[in-house]
Ligand binder design. Structure first.
Ligand SMILES: Cc1cc2nc3c(=O)[nH]c(=O)nc-3n(C[C@H](O)[C@H](O)[C@H](O)COP(=O)(O)OP(=O)(O)OC[C@H]3O[C@@H](n4cnc5c(N)ncnc54)[C@H](O)[C@@H]3O)c2cc1C
Ligand SMILES: *[C@@H]1O[C@H](CO)[C@@H](O)[C@H](O)[C@H]1NC(C)=O
Ligand SMILES: *[C@@H]1O[C@H](CO)[C@@H](O)[C@H](O)[C@H]1NC(C)=O
Length: 465
């Protein structure tokens, strides 16, 4: 009885809250619905990073009206560029390379941004950054290992775009990459795989599926023919030009507070620096990492919630340091661990940038760590490098010129969730409740391939069949 009483009380107060929310919202909406605070568009896009910006430009080019909701003060997402205040020189501190595929070259050409070749550097020193000790490393001929890897990759052509996995999911795609690498003798190329797939965190524990996605056919090709980057080392120019072109169709510093997707279209209420706006659109395109925490305000149903709750994520941090007496390229290494790979959380690499006296540092972690911890570790470890470089005459001043926390970086399902068909369920959300999805979670950590994947989603959005 007492229990019943309590729960009915709970129910009552819950419905009261719900009622209050609904009436508040109705009020809010009607207050907004006359005049400039209502934005009517064909498509509302959440997130103005790689996938969201591309989608906005492409849909506008196809005659659709769009509005983009971006929480930060700029578009570009993981694409970030550092500008040296003294010289105005730029260097990319987030997304660096693209594939030489027409989808990328056409996109940059559309904004008149010149590209150049950029190759993965293989000439780093191997140093244990915890101690400053150099780690003996002898490069091995990678030819056979590349061939063995490519042969395995060729068995799974469905990995080329998206996650269209067969049922059952092939066993080998679910084993930790550690086991896969041992089975196919990938030792000679593990350093290369590690440097390309940094964003996925603990490489050896990841299911092979995710390594094959991030280190796939197009990467193998680009290693041979060369990657692309912008000639000015300013990948953000793409996003600045896109932002200018989109004009009022982008709401920066804005976030969703409420959505309703049950009707013929969608309603999205957004908090912007100019107050609340109500977006009425035919469809919604979500181009942000779909973690539950990141979808607050969205009217998620049980189906969506169950899928998004399964995602785990890792973390990735990038810095630009100003300093001298730093070796040009260092891979953090551990003589006592397989393939000399460092144990995360820790620094991945230290590498000189295109700007004299500025160095890029990448830091990875299987889980989110504090900005303070990242900065402290980086400063300590790089100061140790300076000590070495100056033959222990001490280290020069080090300054963090740029810092960025890219978490959550990479959203992943557990191997058992993958085996249980969670990617089928995720794909099944395309179109559900007038909502579509794109971005790294649906493809991999690769802008060019995300644009290519996005091209498979955009035609479905207004396809009325
Ligand atoms: C440091 C780093 C380096 C990388 N280097 C490369 C590289 O060299 N080449 C490559 O191809 N790929 C690289 N990647 C992979 C990169 O993740 C993808 O290329 C691409 O940026 C992912 O695109 P996206 O649109 O899914 O996400 P993002 O580009 O991150 O865009 C998501 C956008 O949504 C916004 N957002 C998030 N949550 C919300 C919210 N609740 N409401 C509103 N807006 C929100 C974010 O602010 C962001 O602008 C790198 C990734 C990192 C982290
Ligand atoms: C991209 O590849 C084409 C050949 O397909 C080549 O002509 C072009 O020079 C490459 N682009 C760059 C910037 O290297
Ligand atoms: C990168 O590699 C390609 C193919 O080997 C080569 O043509 C190109 O000149 C290289 N570019 C740079 C900047 O080293």
């Amino acid at each position: 009885m007492a229990r019943f009483f309590r729960s009915s009380l709970l129910l009552t107060s819950f419905s009261a809250v719900l009622l209050a929310f609904t009436s508040w919202n109705t009020f809010g909406v009607s207050a907004l619905s006359s005049g400039e605070d209502v934005i009517e568009r064909d498509l509302c896009i959440i997130g103005g990073g790689s996938a969201g910006t591309y989608s906005a430009i492409r849909m506008r080019d196809q005659g659709k009206s769009v509005v983009v909701v971006e929480k930060k003060g700029r578009m570009g997402g993981h694409t970030e560029t550092f500008t040296d205040p003294a010289t105005g020189l730029t260097t990319d501190a987030g997304v660096i390379v693209f594939h030489n595929l027409t989808i990328a070259t056409d996109y940059f050409a559309r904004f008149n941004i010149p590209l150049t070749t950029r190759n993965v550097s293989m000439n780093a020193q191997y140093i244990d950054l915890r101690t400053g000790e150099s780690v003996p490393y002898t490069p091995q001929d990678p030819t056979e290992a590349f061939a063995a890897y490519a042969a395995q990759l060729a068995k799974y052509p469905f990995l080329d775009t998206g996650f269209n996995l067969p049922d059952p999911v092939p066993e080998e795609l679910l084993i930790p990459f550690r086991d896969f690498a041992a089975k196919y003798n990938l030792g000679p190329i593990m350093g290369t795989i590690w440097s390309i797939s940094q964003g996925i965190g603990d490489l050896l524990s990841q299911p092979t599926l995710y390594v094959m996605k991030v280190f796939g056919k197009d990467i193998l090709r680009s290693i041979q023919v060369g990657f692309l980057t912008t000639k000015n080392h300013d990948n953000s120019e793409l996003y600045e030009k896109a932002t200018a072109e989109l004009g009022d169709d982008v709401l920066l510093n804005s976030h969703v507070i409420y959505t309703s997707r049950e009707g013929a279209g969608v309603e999205v209420e957004v908090e912007t620096p100019l107050g609340r706006k109500l977006i009425r659109a035919k469809k919604l395109l979500i181009a942000i990492p779909p973690k539950i925490e990141n979808l607050q305000g969205f009217d998620l149903d049980e189906t969506e919630r169950e899928i998004f709750e399964q995602f785990s994520n890792n973390a990735y941090y990038t810095l630009v340091l100003k300093g001298s007496n730093i070796p040009p390229a260092v891979n953090n290494a551990r003589a006592d661990l397989p393939y000399l790979l460092p144990k995360l959380p820790d620094v991945y690499t230290v590498e000189k940038s295109e700007i004299p006296n500025y160095y890029h540092v990448k830091y990875g972690s299987p889980y989110e760590v504090s900005d303070e911890q990242v900065k402290q570790t980086v400063l300590t470890e790089v100061a140790r490098l300076q000590d070495l470089e100056s033959q222990h005459k001490g280290h020069d001043e080090l300054e963090i010129a740029f810092y960025s926390n890219h978490s959550p970086t990479f959203l992943a399902f557990s191997p058992s969730a993958i085996a249980d068909g969670f990617y089928d369920r995720l794909n099944g959300l395309q179109g559900h409740l007038n909502t579509f999805y794109t971005g790294a979670t649906f493809e991999t950590l690769d802008s060019t391939l995300i644009w290519r994947f996005t091209e498979t989603i955009l035609p479905r959005i207004f396809d009325e069949r």
